[in-house]
Design a protein around this ligand. Structure first.
Ligand SMILES: C[S@@+](CC[C@H](N)C(=O)[O-])C[C@H]1O[C@@H](n2cnc3c(N)ncnc32)[C@H](O)[C@@H]1O
Length: 241
């Protein structure tokens, strides 16, 4: 089975790109990835932006207090088709997802492309956030499967507790959530991919768990932030082949 040939992986354990998610996935060989964990910027964010409940990218030379771009619902068929293609046989796919997108958009499209949908896991952020109809304390992580793969540990509950990150990159996720998913669905030395890496939380989790990481994000601020965090994580990572 082919593996992507990233020059950087020889020295740094990770590869970061700044290309569009779908185009970048199209450049990877079929059946070359052991796990995809990702967190796209959903179209529904735009509605929240209109009423002022989402955060902006920090001011920087590259982006002057801009929102990051959203990923339109109409692009999900291509995203999931490419995700399915690059995953090896018998692997998992986890998608951070809000309730507005999960059941009407993400699940039906992913199933039509060949994924099995098992269930939404709950990320319990431990503290309330914003909201109008009950304030938000959890987020879904949708659990999909390509083929058949057993979880590594069968005694793990479907509620993952990890405090939300405050004052970080917009919508930054704690690496502890991705690390649990990685330890459930891969082995040391496997390749984890995130095509919307943001601040690089999935990458930090992958490297800390002795796996390899590759991903992309179109925001220059994301690339800068993730590179710094992954360089740091690589220095202290567990060594594996
Ligand atoms: C919800 S954030 C990811 C946050 C990340 N999980 C973290 O913990 O920091 C979504 C990211 O997708 C990026 N993005 C938007 N459109 C994209 C596209 N077409 N391809 C790749 N990345 C994109 C944004 O720049 C943003 O950083």
């Amino acid at each position: 089975m082919s593996q992507p040939e990233f020059k950087e992986l020889n020295t740094t354990r990770f590869h970061l790109s700044d290309h569009d998610a779908v185009r970048w996935l199209q450049s990877l060989p079929a059946e070359s990835v052991d796990l995809v964990i990702t967190d796209p910027p959903y179209e529904s964010l735009e509605r929240h932006r209109a009423i002022g409940t989402t955060t902006r990218l920090k001011h920087s030379k590259a982006s002057s207090n801009d929102w990051f771009k959203v990923f339109k619902n109409e692009r999900f068929p291509d995203l999931f088709k490419e995700t399915h293609r690059v995953l090896k046989r018998n692997t998992h796919f986890y998608l951070f997802c809000n309730s507005e997108t999960a059941f009407d958009v993400a699940v039906p499209i992913a199933k039509s492309i060949g994924f099995t949908f098992w269930k939404p896991l709950i990320w319990d952020k431990k503290r309330m956030g914003l909201g109008y109809h009950y304030r938000a304390r959890y987020e879904f992580v949708l659990f999909f499967e390509k083929g058949k793969r057993k979880l590594n540990h069968l005694g793990i509950p479907d509620i993952i507790e990890a405090p939300r990150i405050r004052n970080g990159y917009p919508t930054e996720k704690p690496p502890a959530v991705a690390q649990l998913l990685i330890e459930q669905s891969t082995n040391p030395g496997d390749l984890i991919v995130d095509p919307f890496f943001g601040s690089g939380s999935t990458g930090v989790a992958a490297i800390s768990a002795g796996r390899w990481f590759a991903g992309t994000d179109t925001s220059p601020e994301a690339l800068k932030t993730a590179r710094k965090r992954l360089d740091q994580a690589s220095k202290t990572a567990r060594v594996s082949t």
